[in-house]
Ligand binder design. Structure first.
Ligand code: NI
Length: 176
């Protein structure tokens, strides 16, 4: 297993739509292990393959709270079948470090996916797990949580984020 580098906005790979997997092969299983390790190391609660530069239709999540046992979910070809209710939650993303914003999501979803053995699983998700599942599925369509922001908030985000990056690269070059 290995911790993979995480791509950051505005990397173009994050905007690609990922095609459906036709089979669960060794490469995909290996990738799921690396993705889980990368997510735990970050640390984060979810990660989608495009974030590590892989255009494969797979997400990992673990929304267990501190002190609770691990609750790793690996979902290949994840699909949302039904949804109900609405919930507003402050979201962040490992590909947009240091930025958080309120996003509306469905409160409860029924979803289907393949596990690492290629077996079809159907489950009902609620709370943070449902929010995270929707956030990660969006990554597979080239979407990011900032796409949900109003035009005004998005332009403020761009300014703030640009500054954050300039500061960071400045620091790396040894500027003030
Ligand atoms: Ni994300």
């Amino acid at each position: 297993m290995a911790v993979l580098p995480i791509l950051e906005y505005p990397n173009e790979i994050l905007r690609k739509t990922v095609a459906k997997e036709t089979a669960v092969d060794e490469e995909l299983i290996h990738l799921s292990e690396d993705m889980a390790e990368t997510m735990y190391a970050a640390p984060g609660v979810g990660l989608a393959a495009p974030q590590v530069g892989q255009l494969r239709r797979i997400i990992v999540l673990d929304c267990a709270r501190e002190g609770e046992p691990a609750d790793l979910l690996v979902a290949i070809n994840p699909e949302i079948l039904e949804s109900e209710g609405e919930v507003c939650h402050s979201e962040g993303c490992l590909s947009i470090p240091g930025y958080y914003a309120d996003v509306m999501r469905h409160a409860k979803i029924r979803a289907r996916w393949l596990d690492v053995e290629g077996k079809e699983v159907t489950g009902t998700l609620e709370g943070l797990k449902a929010i995270c599942f929707q956030h990660e599925c969006e990554h597979l369509e080239g979407g990011l949580f900032i796409d949900h922001l109003s035009p005004l908030k998005r332009s403020l985000f761009r300014k703030k984020y640009k500054k954050h990056h300039q500061n960071r690269s400045g620091g790396e070059k040894g500027d003030t």
